[in-house]
Structure formats: structure tokens, C-alpha cells
Design a protein around this ligand. Structure first.
Ligand SMILES: Cc1ncc(COP(=O)(O)O)c(C=O)c1O
Length: 384
């Protein structure tokens, strides 16, 4: 049998170089990247500031382990505390899933010996480890691996009645709620303002822990540094990943001070995390994000107007916040990625089979936004 890496469908593209929103192929063509390595390259491919910081750090070491001090680590901890307003502990991981694993462990430890129910929503995606699959709202992803953690409860997305019913009967036993403010893998589905208010109401009554998974929505993506800042919900635990390490693997768990006391050395650990080069990138990302989030917030309306104008005749719905946008075509799109790639040199990412997910870099120019939208229009066809 031929050895193969067969878990992912991939573009038949040998990458020669990358820059900004462009990926250059060995075939001599350049491709317009609309999803930045699934939202990782927040400042575009090969950002000079990130490269400079990483190259400089590489002259010191590639890896040290957490037996040593690193001033970048201290700076990243301070920046994350400052930006999130959660002034407890910051713990680094190698990925988003590992950050959520860590969050699950903190919740379980805090409730050890007491009844604990952990809520999550249908369509939720928090990673693919066995812990995070336990709070995964996609039956096809989790069912092959069941039984998983026993204490989790699935509620319908944006459904006030179901939340009320659950809380009226089991509010006391509810220990935590894992929440994406916009479900990315779930189809770019936005948490409604009413649902946020109701979560706030029940949280103030039963004091369950709010775990905000901002692995995709965080770091400026939705037009604020963190999406929770737009909803008036203060998380007890915030999980981060994707672009945090400037393109290298890095996740983080930011914990509020009241929970920090239950965390002891060796409750979690990693040989690799945090990688020192990723921390050097993280420092640049974190210092750049506040201004970029502001810019995303200012430009998002114009971008939405352009999208609506050019695509309203083909799309069922265009939704999202900031630069996390879902174009729901209302019908499965099995051939679209290939067509966009082959005929228009446009790289697309589709979630839930029918939603084109746009996650461009936050520093994308308005000219490049126009380029993406017009190429999309050509690809999707039809005159407006
Ligand atoms: C909201 C959310 N949580 C968790 C994860 C898992 O992150 P990772 O793939 O780094 O493990 C993802 C990845 O797409 C995500 O979007």
C-alpha cells in the first residue's frame, strides 16, 4: 500500500512563495487566498514585522522548554491580560484544541466531587481531541468516538426556550458553558443579542463558568479585539489559538483571577509549548491587533455593502461580523472550490457544505477586498 496523507482534500498546488493575500504556485500562477490558512495568517502571509521578530529570536534558540525564562513570554502574558481585562493566569498551549482541553480540565478540577454539567451548542466546534469532541455539536464528527465525557449537555443554537427550560430544571448543576460567539465550522452562525442577554441573566443567577472559545473570533477578527467585548459577556476562561503565534502553533488559556487559585503546577503541561519563536510572533501580533480591530470595525460596513450589492442575487444569506463572513448559498457546493481554483485562481473555504467562509487577513486593503468580491461574483456567475 502506498503511504499517504489522506485526511484532508487539498489544492493540487505546490506553493512557491506567499505574500499578503497571495499564494504563488510552482505552476507560475498566483492565487487569491480568501481564508488565510483558516484564519491563522492574521497579518497576511510573510508579514515583515513578524518575520523580523522571529528571525531575531531564532538566533537565540528554536526551543528551550518551560524550564527557562523568556522575556517574550512575560510580555505576551501582560499583553493578553491587558487586552482581555482578565487579570488571572495565562497558560500557553500548542493548538486551539489543547487550549480547550485545558479549559475543560480547569472546569472539571474546580468542580471535582460536585455535580457538574457542561453546556455547549449544536454546531459547536472546539477541537477534535476526545475531550473537545465531548463538547462538539456535529454528530458526524463525534459519534465514531463515543462514548466521550459524560457530563456534557447539547442545547440548540440561539434557542431561548431550550436554554430557559434547561436552566429552570438544572441551573444549579450547571458548571460551565462553552461558547463561540460566531460558530465558524458550524457555518458562520452569529450568537443573537437576545441569546447573549439570556445567558447573562442565567449566569448571574447560577454563577456557572463562561468559557469563551475565541480561537476563531478573537484577535480582531470580528472588529473588536475579542468578540465577547461586543456582547457584554465577561468570560471566566478565554481560549485562543489560530493567529496567536503569528503563523506558528500557539494557543492560550486566559483565566480570571477567581479560577486561577485552583490551578497548580503540573495540572497541565507541554514539552513544546510555548515555542519561543511563536512567542516572538505573538508579541508582534498582540501589539498590532488593537489598531487593526478598530480598522476592521470601521471598514466592515463598506465590505458588507459591496458583498450584498455584488452577491445578493446568488446568495441566500450573507452573515458574520467584521472580517469573519459566511456567504450561505442555500445549496450544496460540491464543485465550487475546484471551479474557483481552476478557472479563477481563487482559493475558497466552504463550511457546512454550502457556506463560503471568508477569513482574509485583517490588514487586507479595500482594493484587495474588491478584488475578492468581484472574483467571487465572476465565479458564482449571474448578473446582478
Ligand atoms: C472555534 C474553534 N475552536 C477550536 C478549534 C480547534 O483549534 P485547533 O485546530 O488549533 O486545534 C478551532 C479550529 O478551527 C476553532 O475554530
Amino acid at each position: 500500500m502506498k503511504p499517504t496523507q489522506s485526511l484532508y482534500p487539498y489544492f493540487p498546488l505546490q506553493v512557491r512563495k506567499t505574500k499578503g493575500i497571495w499564494i504563488y504556485g510552482a505552476d507560475g500562477k498566483k492565487y487569491l487566498d480568501t481564508f488565510s490558512g483558516i484564519g491563522v495568517s492574521l497579518l497576511g502571509h510573510q508579514h515583515p514585522g513578524i518575520l523580523r521578530a522571529m528571525r531575531k529570536k531564532m538566533r537565540t534558540c528554536l526551543h528551550l522548554s518551560n524550564f527557562f525564562q523568556d522575556s517574550d513570554l512575560d510580555d505576551c502574558v501582560s499583553q493578553l491580560s491587558e487586552l482581555s481585562g482578565l487579570h488571572g493566569q495565562v497558560l500557553f498551549t500548542n493548538s486551539g484544541a489543547e487550549a480547550n482541553e485545558w479549559a475543560l480540565k480547569i472546569v472539571k478540577k474546580t468542580f471535582s466531587g460536585q455535580p457538574l454539567k457542561i453546556l455547549h451548542f449544536d454546531g459547536s466546534f472546539h477541537g477534535r481531541t476526545t475531550g473537545t469532541l465531548s463538547i462538539n455539536g456535529h454528530p458526524e464528527q463525534r459519534s465514531p468516538f463515543e462514548p466521550l465525557l459524560a457530563d456534557t449537555v447539547l442545547l440548540p443554537w440561539n434557542d431561548l426556550n431550550s436554554l430557559d427550560n434547561w436552566m429552570e430544571k438544572h441551573g444549579q448543576a450547571t458548571g460551565a458553558l462553552f461558547l463561540e460567539f460566531i460558530q465558524g465550522t458550524g457555518g458562520v452562525r452569529v450568537l443573537s443579542e437576545e441569546m447573549a442577554q439570556r445567558i447573562r441573566f442565567w449566569q448571574s443567577k447560577f454563577h456557572f463558568y463562561m468559557v469563551a472559545d475565541e480561537i476563531q473570533t478573537g484577535l480582531g477578527r470580528t472588529g473588536s479585539v475579542f468578540a465577547f467585548q461586543q456582547y457584554g459577556l465577561i468570560p471566566d476562561i478565554l481560549t485562543l489559538g489560530k493567529g496567536l503565534g503569528g503563523g506558528l502553533p500557539l494557543g492560550a488559556v486566559v483565566v480570571n483571577p477567581s479560577l486561577s487559585s485552583s490551578i497548580k503546577p503540573c495540572d497541565h503541561g507541554s514539552t513544546m509549548a510555548p515555542n519561543p519563536i511563536a512567542l516572538a510572533g505573538c508579541k508582534v501580533v498582540l501589539s498590532t491587533i488593537p489598531a487593526l480591530a478598530e480598522q476592521v470595525s470601521q471598514r466592515q460596513e463598506t465590505v458588507r455593502l459591496w458583498l450584498d450589492t455584488e452577491l445578493h442575487h446568488v446568495a441566500r444569506e450573507i452573515r458574520g461580523k467584521g472580517y469573519m463572513i459566511g456567504i450561505d448559498m442555500g445549496t450544496p457546493l460540491p464543485a465550487l472550490v475546484k471551479k474557483a481554483y481552476e478557472q479563477h485562481q481563487l482559493l475558497l473555504n466552504i463550511v457546512q457544505g454550502q457556506v463560503i467562509r471568508l477569513l482574509p487577513p485583517l490588514n487586507i486593503s479595500m482594493k484587495d477586498w474588491q478584488r475578492i468580491i468581484l472574483t467571487l461574483r465572476k465565479t458564482l456567475g449571474g448578473a446582478s
